[in-house]
Design a protein around this ligand. Structure first.
Ligand SMILES: O=C(O)C(=O)C[C@]1(C(=O)O)C=C[C@@H](O)C=C1
Length: 127
């Protein structure tokens, strides 16, 4: 091709099409904002779970719980006409991040940096 693709036709976008696109993008922006807020709330809960697990020396990951969550979300996705494989991948992506947080909290709890307000603990002499 000799012309570059700028993403819009040379004569500009039909105003009716532009209006429809803007309307849909406004909804997408609202949905994305809701997703971010819901994820933030979910992470607030999982941070508390991470602290509880660390205090009681429980393992960061619970594969049996994850299996139940995946089965449930796959069924919900199917009902909602969302690809269940995508729903499973999305949950796994989030849970992997949660487990990383749990491991960090457990580490901080064991090493005492939680008592220093999250700052790295000063190592003892010879450490
Ligand atoms: O329910 C727990 O035990 C959690 O730690 C939360 C959570 C989750 O993000 O949903 C994360 C890790 C576990 O493997 C299972 C579930």
């Amino acid at each position: 091709m000799t012309t570059s693709n700028t993403g819009s036709p040379a004569g500009g976008i039909d105003p009716a099409v532009q209006e429809e696109l803007t309307r849909l993008r406004d909804s997408i922006d609202n949905i994305d904002a809701a997703v971010v807020h819901m994820l933030a709330e979910r992470f607030k809960c999982t941070q508390q779970v991470g602290r509880l697990k660390a205090e009681h020396r429980l393992p960061p990951a619970d594969p049996a719980r994850e299996a139940r969550q995946i089965a449930r979300l796959r069924a919900l996705a199917e009902d909602a006409k969302l690809d269940p494989a995508f729903a499973e991948k999305f949950l796994n992506f989030i849970v992997a991040e949660v487990i990383r947080h749990h491991e960090r909290i457990a580490d901080d709890t064991l090493n005492g940096s939680a008592r220093t307000g999250g700052r790295p603990r000063t190592p003892a002499p010879g450490e």
